[in-house]
Ligand binder design. Structure first.
Ligand code: SF4
Length: 727
């Protein structure tokens, strides 16, 4: 039998087969004991990231005991990454939230659901009566099923009548959303995973897919004739696999894209027919790019001139060029404009709407796309615009409500809700399936904000978490494996999620909780008439989405499941060059980069970069409870360049302190490595014990409101003999 660690390290090559379980062999972890052999399997979709891998969840006597990849699934063909392979382990974790808890005399005590939900409605309504409807803020997640997002949006905006509703998608994908809207007139990633298999040139900007979206690598691996270009200040695992690696200076990605556009325009390697037929403002772009000389771009990006030229011509000469990005672009105060530059490069070279040719954002959470489509956050359901009267009238007609009830503008985004609490405008907050006490930047500010609330409700699958611990009311929620609905993955593929086991104790699905709250608020008939199950919400959502870019009207639960998901909008968007704008044309953007919000200085001489590792997921609420993943990556670390370590006299694995103007990580182990350039540090953001967000800065993209997690100024300090514990 291979050791679990050795086995799991082979994950990229495993094609699992459920037959093996019948003989007591777990294909990933070697032999399993007899009692772990499932008595049946339930087809479902992974609940971590937005790759959207198909899998089976094995159940024995009501317990989730195994998973294996779905060999027939078009996304992953049976392969799973370490998180997917161990996903069943969190379901029966001892830290699951099992009963509603209400703070009474300073302590959280168990109460009946009736009391819990009556209290929620009473307190929210009372606070809204005292301070106005907008005094209630709601922070949601990318982890619910689409049916729940649709229900929650209606409940919050039409039931509680507050627009101060956002989700942690704003900490992740709102930049891509804003960029798509500004370029194409609507949210919606244009490309698909098959593009990774057929593109001649794949250009990854700030995207470490080997760690963060591992199964996408399997699509890329099939493409043996492509050139892979990776731009990333850190030599990530993905960068190590590149044909051309661009160690760009932080925040110079936008300048690099502008430089590439100028080279291609000057060389005539652009698609003038596509530009003329399908875009606006080309002349403005040409004039804007005059200042992006090769020397200027080389100086700004830190890249050699020849390398920049080579990259430009490789992309320009490709018959099909794919540019994909994730958080290296999104987590920045210039993120939206960088997305616009990427989209513009794709448009002027005609690299959109064809096999292998697209600008393509790789989404974060399993159903961040679902909240974008059906929620009320970045747009009205069905990508309708708040500001568009026709869109509002259409929704009002479908819902049979006066048009005045449909909000005319979106409320505050996540960081503005937090600021709103500090300013005394938001008095009650409802947090669902997210853990800001690890994930939000500048934790000191967040703690200050939360301490000012009159009432905090946290709805989560686990307790305690850093966020449930400070709640006034905790609502225990069912999680993945315990409820039904749909997710949409990064390539717009709507996927089925199924209930395999019962939730623990008294925990209920988020969907049931929303329906119950609506009853107590007296809006059940108006909002959820006849709804009993997620399928009822799905049927209504099909009507609401009909005729929109994200049209579900042709889908059924059965067809979604049978086909391994159905992509709304077809395999690719914009195949005919028409865009959802008033004149059907896309807009080209002439934009410049801006300086770092907090450059290194004498006191804080290092630039901190943050990111993820393959074994963990976001704030480790789930993965931190899985023994195997914890063993693989038990604690945070800080990466430092050998030259800097030598100057500071820091040894490999030494424990140091890292501090910024806002806070510190008192103890974190050092990894001396050339993967980070001199002057840079890297810390994974998953660990509350060494919380990178104690350090990060309260700066946000002015358009998308996404945080600038990627750069802030920090210092590294050696610990004293006593601080090290006397060794
Ligand atoms: S790549 Fe994402 S969706 Fe696939 S198994 Fe891993 S975490 Fe799950």
């Amino acid at each position: 039998m291979l050791s679990p660690l050795k086995n799991i390290s082979r994950f990229l090559g495993i094609d699992t087969a459920k037959e093996k379980y019948r003989y007591g062999i777990d294909p990933q972890f070697g032999y399993t004991s007899q009692e772990k052999i499932p008595d049946h399997w339930v087809k479902t979709t992974c609940g971590y990231c937005s790759v959207g891998c198909g899998m089976y969840l094995g159940v024995r006597e009501g317990h989730a005991v195994a998973v294996h990849g779905d060999s027939d699934h078009p996304v992953n063909h049976g392969i799973l990454c370490p998180k997917g392979l161990t996903e069943h382990h969190f379901i029966h974790s001892k830290d699951r939230a099992t009963e509603p808890l209400l703070k009474i005399k300073g302590r959280l005590r168990p109460v009946h659901w009736e009391t819990a939900l009556n209290t929620l409605v009473d307190r929210f309504v009372r606070i809204q009566r005292n301070y106005g409807n907008q005094a209630l803020g709601v922070l949601s997640t990318g982890q619910l099923v689409t049916e729940e997002f649709y229900a929650l949006g209606k409940l919050v905006q039409l039931g509680f009548k507050t627009t101060n509703y956002d989700g942690n998608t704003t900490l992740c994908m709102s930049t891509a959303v804003a960029g798509y809207k500004r370029s194409f007139g609507s949210d919606g990633p244009p490309g698909c995973y098959a593009d990774f298999e057929v593109a001649d040139c794949i250009f990854l900007v700030g995207a470490n897919i080997a760690d963060n979206h591992p199964i996408l690598w399997d699509h890329l691996r099939k493409n043996t004739s492509r050139t892979l270009i990776v731009a990333d200040p850190r030599l990530s695992k993905t960068a190590m696999l590149a044909d051309l690696y661009l160690p760009v200076k932080p925040r110079s990605d936008l300048t690099l894209i502008n430089g590439i556009m100028k080279i291609l325009i000057d060389a005539g390697k652009i698609d003038r027919i596509y530009i003329a037929r399908h875009t606006h403002r080309f002349e403005e772009l040409v004039s804007h790019l005059k200042k992006y000389s090769l020397d200027f771009v080389s100086e700004q990006t830190g890249l050699p001139r020849d390398l920049i030229k080579k990259v430009a011509h490789t992309y320009g000469d490709a018959k099909a060029g794919l540019i994909a990005w994730t958080m290296g672009v999104n987590h920045s105060t210039q993120g939206t404009e960088t997305v616009n530059a990427i989209n513009t490069l794709a448009l002027i070279t005609g690299n959109i709407g064809r096999p292998g040719a697209a600008p393509f954002s790789i989404t974060g959470q399993c159903n961040a796309m679902g909240t974008r489509e059906a929620g009320f956050t970045s747009s009205l359901p069905g990508y309708r615009k708040f500001e568009n009267l026709q869109d509002r009238e259409e929704l009002a007609r479908i819902w049979k409500v006066p048009v005045e009830e449909i909000p005319q503008e979106r409320g505050w985004a996540y960081p503005d809700i937090i600021e709103g609490i500090v300013k005394g405008k938001i008095k009650a907050l409802w947090i669902l399936a997210t853990n800001p006490f690890v994930s939000y930047p500048n934790q000191e500010l967040l703690k200050d904000a939360i301490s000012r609330l009159e009432f905090l409700v946290v709805q989560d699958g686990f307790h305690p978490t850093p966020t449930t611990e400070v709640a006034d009311l905790v609502l225990p929620a069912a999680m993945w494996g315990e409820k039904e609905g749909t997710y949409t993955n990064s390539e717009r593929r709507v996927l089925k999620v199924n209930r395999a086991v019962d939730p623990p104790g008294e925990a209920r699905s988020d969907f049931d909780i929303f329906l119950e709250i609506a009853k107590k608020l007296g809006v059940s008939n108006a909002l959820f008439s006849g709804w009993k199950k997620p399928r009822d919400a799905f049927e209504e959502w099909k009507t609401v989405s009909q005729g929109r870019l994200c049209d579900y009207s042709h889908m059924t639960y059965e067809a979604i499941e049978a086909q391994g998901g159905i992509q709304w909008g077809g395999e690719r968007l914009y195949t005919n060059g028409e865009y959802p704008t008033s004149d059907r044309k896309a807009r080209l953007w002439a934009v410049d980069g801006c300086s770092e919000p907090e450059p290194p200085n004498d006191r804080y001489p290092f630039l901190l970069n943050t990111g993820r590792t393959v074994e963990h997921w976001h704030t480790r609420t789930k993965t931190g409870r899985i023994e195997l993943l914890e063993k693989m990556s038990p604690e945070a670390w800080v990466e430092i360049n050998p030259e800097d370590a030598r100057q500071l006299k820091i040894r490999q694995h030494e424990v140091v302190r890292v501090a910024s103007q806002r806070g510190e990580i008192p103890k974190v182990a050092v990894r001396i490595t050339s993967t980070v350039p001199s002057g840079h540090l890297f810390i994974p953001f998953h660990y509350i014990e060494a919380c990178a967000n104690n350090l990060t800065v309260s700066e946000f993209d002015p358009i998308s409101r996404e945080p600038n997690y990627k750069q802030c100024a920090v210092k590294v300090e050696k610990l004293s003999f006593a601080e090290r514990g006397g060794f």
